[in-house]
Design a protein around this ligand. Structure first.
Ligand SMILES: [Zn+2]
Length: 57
């Protein structure tokens, strides 16, 4: 499981755009390129829909 309060490097599964996001997302995160939803906030925990490449401390 991914710990909260860490930054994640994720890759959009649709267009392969890479971007960083907060592990505990409270708002939806969309791909900056194609608009694909990458993180769905549910009950305070971010559900990651994208591929996680790296966890950044
Ligand atoms: Zn994308």
């Amino acid at each position: 499981m991914v710990k909260d309060s860490k930054f994640l490097k994720i890759r959009c599964t649709k267009c392969n755009n890479e971007q960083n996001t907060f592990g505990k997302a409270s708002t939806p995160v969309k791909c900056l390129v194609c608009g694909e939803p990458l993180v769905d906030p549910k009950g305070g925990k971010g559900k990651i829909r994208a591929r996680i490449l790296e966890v950044l401390n």
